[in-house]
Design a protein around this ligand. Sequence first.
Ligand code: DC
Length: 218
Amino acid sequence: MQGLIRVAIDGPSGAGKSTIAKAVAKELGLDYIDTGAMYRACGYKMLREGIEAVSSDPLRDMLGRTDIDFSGGSVFLDGENVDDMIRTPEVTKMASACSALPEVRAKLVELQRAIGSRKNVIMDGRDIGTNVLPDAEFKIFLTATPEERAKRRYEEMIAKGMEADYDQVLADINKRDYDDSHRELDPLKKADDAEEVDTTYMSIEEVRDHILNKIKNA
Ligand code: DC
């Protein structure tokens, strides 16, 4: 294929976006860009600096001296690898809250577009096909029922030795779905030209192969 290949994967939390995107990236030699990790890194920095999730001068000042990038599959905040810091419940809440702020979205979308303009990428998030890379060559919208997504997240937490309560995980997923799809700016939404893939009854390999076939047969 000629030119840049950009694959946009959007969908709600727990639909399997990152697992699938990583698998496809590996097969096709694309760079995987986890845009949720960028909102998490931003939220982490806000928590560390005591900055509230509202539009303010301290927030704008902080964003002016923030760089977030990927290398070797890890996310770097101002040069520091923050992979291990950004998956806590506190950061998860802050990432969701800060992702509704116009200053934060403007900054991160600019960084994401810059990354997408210089290399072959598979980027996952909520607004990649609709807003970040509207011209992406391939767009997939991954879904699964909230119950299935809660089950996957619950099993992942248990496997990692974390404490987990299924009902709580389901409640958190429902709340995040609501917040992500009802916020004013770039809400979670399927792009008109994206293909919706319901993964509720599909294995990871089936979803991966479906996307690989779509790209290889294009
Ligand atoms: O995918 P995730 O759970 O790591 O994302 C963290 C938060 O960031 C989530 O609340 C949604 C938000 N987000 C967003 O608003 N836009 C994106 N492109 C990616 C994530």
